[in-house]
Design a protein around this ligand. Structure first.
Ligand code: GRF
Length: 202
């Protein structure tokens, strides 16, 4: 079974959804490590309580490449083959990208390439779009710009504020991310430049 590393910085609700899928045999992968770059991350405390393998590796004040070298060492020693960023609030350097080429996923709360970066839900509301959603994509050196694996769409309602839209999107994130991880873990995903080809289940 594919050994998955999950990188977090905060709340960890996607982590919980992924862990629930793993428990129910819906992930096609096992959680080999949960790493947080923020010591106080609620998601880290939760993972510890669950008995998941955790690593607390504070990044504050650390030089990017030097820090990522240590992340790679921790991932490798846990036997991690596939990495999922789940609310990981740090740009990756080439050190981490080169260690796991085409093997790092991220989830972003918008229909990329619309609204990359921070506060994607607020950006969507301010822009006035009628639909938004979430995107699982491969990570490259750009900010939220790597090849798109899967997306889910939600309506934006006139009554929405950023919190209401975020909650609607989050529900889809929790469904979509475990499904996306499963596709990669089962070896059904091929990268073809910017295009991600998904083969049917055999
Ligand atoms: C999610 O909205 C995710 O799309 C974004 O950061 C948030 C993380 O939430 N990248 P959580 O920590 O998984 O609850």
């Amino acid at each position: 079974m594919t050994r998955l590393g999950i990188l977090i910085s905060g709340r960890g609700s996607n982590l919980r959804a992924i862990a629930a899928a793993a428990r129910d045999g819906r992930l096609g992968a096992e959680i080999a490590l949960v790493l947080s770059n923020r010591p106080g991350a609620p998601g880290l405390a939760w993972a510890r309580e669950q008995g998941l393998p955790v690593c607390e590796l504070p990044s504050a004040g650390r030089e990017r490449e030097d820090y990522d070298r240590e992340v790679v060492a921790r991932l490798r020693s846990a036997g991690v083959e596939l990495v999922a960023l789940a609310g990981y609030m740090r740009l990756l350097s080439g050190v981490l990208l080169d260690a796991y080429p085409g093997r790092i996923l991220n989830i972003h709360p918008s229909l990329l390439p619309a609204f990359p970066g921070l506060d994607a839900q607020q950006q969507a509301i301010e822009y006035g779009v009628k639909f938004s959603g979430c995107t699982v994509h491969f990570v490259d050196e750009s900010l939220d710009g790597g090849p798109v694996l899967v997306q889910a769409v939600v309506p934006v309602l006139d009554s929405d504020d950023a919190a209401a839209l975020a909650a609607r999107i989050l529900e889809q994130e929790h469904r979509l991310y475990p499904e996306a991880i499963r596709l990669v873990a089962e070896g059904r995903v091929r990268l073809d430049g910017r295009h991600v080809r998904v083969s049917a289940k055999i």
